[in-house]
Design a protein around this ligand. Structure first.
Ligand SMILES: CC(C)(COP(=O)(O)OP(=O)(O)OC[C@H]1O[C@@H](n2cnc3c(N)ncnc32)[C@H](O)[C@@H]1OP(=O)(O)O)[C@@H](O)C(=O)NCCC(=O)NCCS
Length: 166
């Protein structure tokens, strides 16, 4: 029987193979060279802040948050966010985004950074940083470097090199 709805759940270790397969399909082998991937190298995503969407036992989508620093400020890197092709446009991406950002806020985090499309992420509170305000470990289109403050004042004095945070 085909189930037509999905549920957002905390990511479990057992979800990993399906998530890796989704990333391979969504982003291809070139994904490892991207600035965001480099920031995730050797740093585990935060399991408390990473979520899957599932329909029955099937993975529908995934979002992960990983600790980083922007200059001296602790922050989170959002991504990858990916949804299985046959489920696109049915709200899974937005549900995963809302859940991850609410969990990050609840846990007391102040800032989330991602590299992505402003038209999609803007409605969640993401905004462009000024040119050269932040430096990533690999080239990225400045128009796609987006930051979301989770608390008032989080953007004050924001800037610098984005680095891994263990
Ligand atoms: C981007 C992605 C996660 C969106 O997930 P989704 O479940 O399909 O999205 P939702 O159903 O929650 O939202 C659909 C809406 O987002 C819009 N949208 C989807 N991708 C978009 C994009 N890249 N830019 C702007 N809007 C986008 C759709 O047009 C739709 O708009 P509508 O609500 O006005 O009809 C999904 O398309 C995906 O996995 N893409 C490939 C991987 C990827 O690019 N990830 C993001 C990396 S930055």
């Amino acid at each position: 029987m085909k189930i037509d709805s999905f549920t957002v759940l905390a990511e479990q270790a057992a979800d990993d193979p399906a998530i890796e397969a989704l990333h391979e399909t969504a982003f291809g082998p070139g994904r490892f060279a991207r600035a965001a991937s480099i920031l995730r190298e050797g740093v585990p995503h935060d399991p408390e802040l990473s979520f899957v969407a599932k329909s029955g036992l099937d993975l529908v989508g995934s979002v992960r948050l990983t600790p980083i620093r922007i200059g001296a400020k602790p922050a989170l890197l959002l991504g990858p966010l990916a949804v299985v092709n046959s489920w696109k446009g049915r709200g899974a991406g937005k549900s995963l985004m809302r859940t991850a950002l609410a969990a990050a806020t609840e846990a007391g985090h102040q800032l989330v950074l991602l590299v992505g499309d402003e038209p999609y992420y803007g409605p969640f509170g993401f905004q462009r940083v000024a040119p050269y305000q932040v430096t990533l470990p690999a080239p990225a289109d400045p128009a796609r470097i987006l930051v979301c403050p989770l608390v008032q004042g989080a953007m004050e004095g924001l800037g610098g090199v984005v680095t891994r945070r263990a």
